[in-house]
Write a protein of this length. Structure first.
Length: 209
């Protein structure tokens, strides 16, 4: 199954290869105890969840020292796959459901990630500043932005300005109308050829504090 990741990211290190290879079985084991992924979807975990998370790595190559917050991470998606892909970037993963964070922390520890930390917190409780806030199907954009805006740092480390990067699906026209100012909608099918990614998008909203 990890061949699918290698197809689009052929220059992975040996450590990254091992970490990605370990993810499907770890998620299977933990999902049997604590449901963080639809059980009927477990057979497609690489295509539907891990590679989907890595679409962000096609949109932006985070520079070393970048600091990202994965908001509403669930069992660690997209944060854990991205932390493997970018070992020089720090990823903070938060979710309001403590048992989901138990899964994320166990997987982080099992694969030896040193740049990824998970906490049972709500968005409103977060006080630190981040270069980018990441989210995967958390809530509507306008609501999400009210949580995200106070968390964005004014210090720029990347060519892409700091802001929100979220993974979305379906017709986003009405949702995007509710967001004032510049926003970018990128079809994931631009990066990945599998049929699953038709009507799947990255939405990027720069935020300047």
């Amino acid at each position: 199954m990890v061949e699918l990741i290698n197809k689009y990211f052929p220059k992975l290190t040996e450590v990254q290869q091992k970490q990605f290879a370990a993810l499907p079985e770890l998620y299977r084991e933990w999902n049997a105890k604590i449901n963080v992924i639809s059980r009927k979807d477990m057979e497609n975990i690489v295509l539907h969840h891990i590679l989907h998370s890595l679409a962000i790595a096609k949109f932006i190559r985070f520079r070393k020292g970048t600091n990202c917050l994965d908001l509403g991470t669930g069992g660690g998606l997209p944060g854990i796959p991205l932390a493997i892909m970018f070992p020089g970037t720090d990823f903070t993963l938060v979710d309001g459901t403590a048992k989901k964070i138990t899964v994320a922390n166990a997987i982080i520890e099992d694969i030896g990630l040193e740049n990824c930390f998970a906490y049972a917190r709500r968005a409103e409780e977060m006080k630190a500043k981040y270069d980018f806030v990441l989210a995967r199907a958390v809530t509507r954009l306008d609501k999400l932005m009210t949580f995200v805006r106070p968390l964005i740092s004014s210090e720029m480390r990347n060519a892409t300005p700091n802001g929100l990067i979220t993974l979305k699906g379906g017709d986003l026209s009405e949702e995007l109308k509710e967001v004032k100012g510049f926003k970018e909608e990128i079809a994931i099918s631009k990066y990945f050829e599998e049929e699953y990614y038709i009507n799947k998008y990255i939405v990027y909203v720069p935020m300047y504090n």
